[in-house]
Structure formats: C-alpha cells, structure tokens
Design a protein. Structure first.
Length: 93
C-alpha cells in the first residue's frame, strides 16, 4: 500500500488537511485551482452571497462538467482501464 502524505488544501478561504497518495497531489492541486478560480468568478457574478453559497454553486458546476473534458488525468485513467478490459476480451476470443 502506498504511503499517504499530508497535504494542506484551501477551498474558499478555509484550510483543510488531508492525506493522499503522493501521485495524486498534482491532480488535487489542479482541481483546487479550478474550484477556487470558479469561486472568484461566481463572487463577481453573484454579489451579496456568503462563501458557503459560492462553494455550493461551484461544487454543483464542477460535478456537472464532463469528467474527461475537465480532468485529463481521469481521461487517461479511464482509457487505461478500457484498454486492459479490451486486452482481456481479446484473450477470451
């Protein structure tokens, strides 16, 4: 089992400490940048809301985006899994 490393992350002006695989840290940081950039964008568009509202709006936006389109690492992972399945099917033929 891979060793988990502690990572401090910031979402909407709040800091959280999580543990993750070191190989996932870059993906987490890219995702956080996207989320925090979108929070700033929504704060500009929808004045007068509190931070929890902005975070909720961004999470809904993020969850409804096409996963492979917004996350190249996920696309590669899905492609690798599909190729393995295809290889296993070819062996059965």
């Amino acid at each position: 089992m891979a060793e988990l490393i502690p990572v401090n992350i910031v979402i909407g002006d709040r800091t959280y400490r999580i543990k993750t695989n070191s190989s996932d840290e870059e993906t987490i940081r890219r995702t956080l940048k996207t989320i925090n950039d979108k929070i700033v964008e929504f704060k500009t568009q929808f004045a007068g809301k509190d931070m929890q509202d902005y975070i909720a709006m961004v999470m809904i936006w993020y969850a409804t985006q096409t996963s492979a389109e917004t996350n190249p690492a996920l696309e590669k992972e899905m492609t690798d899994v599909l190729q393995k399945i295809e290889q296993q099917l070819d062996k059965v033929k």
